[in-house]
Design a protein around this ligand. Sequence first.
Ligand code: ATP
Ligand code: MN
Ligand code: MN
Length: 301
Amino acid sequence: RARRSSKKAAAMAETVGIRISNPDRVIFPGDDLTKGQLADYYAAVQAPMLVTTANRPISLIRCPQGRAKHCFFQKHDSGSMGDDVHHVPVKESDGEVADYLYVKDAKGILACVQMGTIEFHGWGSRVDPLERPDRLVFDLDPDEGLGFDKVKVAALRLRALLADLGLVTFPMLTGGKGIHVIAPLDGKAEWPAVKSFAERFSRAIAEAEPDMFTANIRKAQRKGRIFLDWLRNQRGATAVMPYSARVREGAPVAAPIDWSELEKLKAANLYSIRDADELLERAGSKLLSGWCVADQSLPDA
Ligand code: ATP
Ligand code: MN
Ligand code: MN
C-alpha cells in the first residue's frame, strides 16, 4: 500500500484539534503503518470508543519510537500529556495517593496518541464513582496453541452460565488471542463484592468444567484449557478498551461484536486500524446498537 503523504497523514486527527508531530513515522514496521495513520484511526472511531472509555481511569501502552522499539505501560502522569488528559487522585493499596489519567473527549484520546500511545486500557469503574465498577470483564486467555474455535465455544458457554445468573453479556475480540465477555453493571456494588463474585464464579466454572477452563493463573495449569482471568475485576486492574489498537503484528484492534456473529469469526485479530470505516459503520448499525448497555445488578451470593 502506498504511504500517505505527510500532508494527508493525520488530517483526520488534526480536525479534532490536536497537532500530531512526525505523522510519517512508521510505528508498525512490517505493516508500513504510521503514527499519522494511527491518529486518523483513533479520530475516526473516537465516538464509539468514548462511550466506554470516557471518564475511566486509563493506563497507556506507549511506544514513542514505534512498536519495534521500547514500549512502556504508563499508569501515572508524568505531567507531559497536556490539558486534554485529565488527572484523578486515587488512593492506592499502600495508602499513597497517585494521579491516574482519564480522557473525556476526542482531544484527550488524540493527545495520548500524539505522546506515542498505541494501546488504551481501562479500569472497571469510572472516575466517579471510582469505588463502584460499571462492568465485569471475563478475559478468556487460551493456552498457547489452543485454536480459536475452542475460545468461541468457551465464550458461548460463559455467556449461557452468566445468563443463568441473570446477567446479559457482550463479546469483544481483543485483537490478540482471546475474547472478553463483558457484563455491564448498574454501579451499586463496590469493588470487593465485584471481585469476589468474579473469583467465585470463575473457580466454580473451572471446577465444573475442568476440560475447558482453569481459574489458576499459572501457565502450567493451562494445558489445553482457557484461563478465566477474573483478576481483571479488582480495583486498579485494567482491561483493553474497545477500539484500542494493539501493539502486535498487523496493527489489530479490540473490536466489539455481537453474539450472533461469533460462530463465523476465524480469529480475535480480525480487525485492524485499517478498518476504521467498517468499524464505525458497525458501531452505528442495528447489530451493535446497545452494545455493552444493560441495567443490571451484580447477582447475589
Ligand atoms: P489477549 O486476547 O491476547 O489475551 P488481552 O488484552 O486480553 O489480549 P491479556 O494479557 O490477557 O491481554 O491481559 C493483560 C491485561 O493486563 C491487559 O489488558 C492490561 O490491561 C493489563 N496489564 C496490567 N499491567 C500490564 C503491563 N505492565 N503490560 C501490559 N498489560 C498490563
Ligand atoms: Mn486476555
Ligand atoms: Mn489475561
